[in-house]
Design a protein. Structure first.
Length: 218
């Protein structure tokens, strides 16, 4: 079973302008242009968090055709006035077939994807909804030389800690153990009836900042 690592964090937003404003106000840095995902009808912005880790702001691309299937990361469920939020994450593996087979949760089918010169394979649920309210990651296997984060501008940001809050912490822990995940993550319990959520502690030149879901405990 191959080891896996946190590859990127996903901030969803009703449009890229809202997502960029949230990241800039929280971290003090604006994400840079990414590209388009033609198969999904989405586009993104990116912010480096290390040599092999980055933050992605993703939204529906209003200029792209509507895909024949649900968009990933639950983007089809976002209202136009929704707040930007850290709602998903992606785990990197050198063997996505083996990692998906060993995982204790169903993460979706493995599909080829591309953006510009980048190619990869990624797990995508058929309904587009990340399992466990986003606490179960998507799996990714890059099919390109080097990690795309290394090509992004370095603003001195890094991931200090990644927290996953869920009413069934043992279930989440089993999932991450099955993926042999390595990195600065922690699983914490929630009271029954509270919506699961993610918190990323980000080191910035201005000090530690938190990315999360607004009103997550409601």
């Amino acid at each position: 079973m191959p080891r896996s690592f946190i590859d990127h964090l996903v901030v969803t937003a009703p449009n890229l302008e809202v997502g960029a404003a949230y990241v800039r106000s929280t971290l003090g840095v604006a994400p840079q242009p990414g590209g388009e995902h033609a198969r999904m009808g989405t586009h993104n912005l990116l912010l480096r968090l290390g040599d092999d880790l980055y933050l992605e702001v993703i939204a529906t691309n209003p200029n792209a055709p509507v895909p024949a299937r649900p968009r990933w990361f639950a983007l089809d469920t976002l209202e136009q006035d929704a707040a930007a939020a850290l709602t998903s994450w992606v785990v990197r593996t050198p063997d996505i077939q083996a990692s998906a087979a060993a995982c204790t949760e169903r993460l979706g089918s493995i599909e080829p994807m591309s953006r510009g010169a980048l190619d990869w394979r990624i797990t995508i649920p058929a309904d587009g909804l990340p399992p466990l309210h986003g606490l179960a990651p998507a799996l990714i296997e890059w099919q390109t030389d080097g990690h795309p984060a290394a090509r992004l501008a370095d603003h001195g940001l890094s991931l200090a800690k990644f927290e996953l809050f869920h009413a069934e912490p043992q279930r989440v822990s089993r999932l991450l153990t099955s993926l042999e995940l390595e990195g600065p993550f922690a699983v914490s319990p929630l009271s029954a009836g509270h919506t699961p959520y993610l918190v990323a502690h980000i080191n910035t030149p201005q000090g530690l900042r938190l990315l999360t879901v607004q009103h997550a405990a409601n």
